[in-house]
Design a protein around this ligand. Structure first.
Ligand code: NAP
Length: 250
């Protein structure tokens, strides 16, 4: 596989790209010709594997550790990218965690960790790249939310609140940045087979998916790549694109 020229000359930061959906997004953007910054929190070997896979097909990539919920770490991450690559054209806010439990028994830490990483992380990364994108007068931001943020889910009040927050953040940022040539959209996956979902009761969920199968990280990556690329998605901003096999309609 040779990288295409679709995103040639562009630098893309993908948060949480060491595993799962983020990994597939990194590979897809790398295959489209972007230089990919593979961000991770605690899996350096896995991040390096993603970088090596991109190099293997002739693409450009490097990895960078940073906890997206820590302001200083995020600002340093963006500073390091700018020193090395001199630009950031695409930001994919993908890093996320779950700490499930019924509200009555939810520990405050589990509430706070999910809000900090899944929602505040999106704010911090977006703010950190904004100045550069505004100066460039172009940019693409894609935030990974979830259908759970649209319809709620028992046992996931923290996660649903964070993901619903990402939808509001996406639309507000899209309005703020539109005049600067920057689009901001969200992708809302349904049930995708990754480490995050491996312990869920899969049989009951499968019945609720009209297309009759779980999604793959590559299927989410396809939607993200579409939203990141010119000119196909240049007139789309503030939208939430569901990739869920028809699980949630209307
Ligand atoms: P995953 O397989 O558990 O991978 C999570 C990724 O996020 C890893 O690369 C992890 O890095 C990174 N990460 C976690 N905390 C981080 C932090 N504080 N700072 C930086 N990176 C961090 O999860 P996934 O299923 O691919 O999910 C990716 C995104 O899609 C999440 O936002 C998730 O909420 C969303 N989503 C997933 C599904 C699904 O069905 N899987 C559905 C809807 C939405 P390390 O490897 O270093 O820990």
């Amino acid at each position: 596989m040779n990288p295409s020229n679709l995103l040639a000359g562009q630098t893309a930061l993908v948060t949480g790209a060491s595993r799962g959906i983020g990994r597939a997004i990194a590979l897809s953007l790398g295959e489209a010709g972007a230089e990919v910054v593979v961000n991770y929190s605690s899996s350096p070997e896995k991040a390096e594997e993603v970088v090596n896979s991109i190099h293997a097909f002739g693409g450009k990539a490097y990895s960078m550790q940073s906890n997206v919920s820590e302001e200083q770490a995020v600002d340093e991450l963006v500073k390091s990218i700018l020193e090395r690559s001199h630009r950031i054209d695409i930001l994919i806010n993908n890093a996320g965690i779950t700490r499930d439990g019924l509200l009555m028994r939810m520990k405050t830490n589990d509430w706070q960790d999910v809000i900090n990483i899944n929602l505040s992380g999106v704010f911090l990364c977006t703010r950190a790249v904004a100045r550069t994108m505004i100066k460039q007068r172009s940019g693409r931001i894609v935030n990974i939310t979830s259908v759970v943020g649209l319809i709620g889910n028992a046992g996931q009040t923290n996660y649903a609140a964070a993901k619903a927050g990402v939808v509001g953040l996406t639309k507000s940022t899209a309005k703020e940045f539109a005049s600067r040539g920057i689009t901001v959209n969200a992708v809302a996956p349904g049930f995708i087979v990754t480490d995050m979902t491996k312990e869920l009761n899969q049989e009951s969920i499968l019945k609720a998916i009209p297309l009759g199968s779980f999604g793959t990280p590559e299927q989410v990556a396809g939607a993200v790549r579409f939203l990141a690329a010119d000119p196909a998605a240049s007139y789309i901003t503030g939208q939430v694109l569901q990739v869920d096999g028809g699980m949630v309609m209307g």
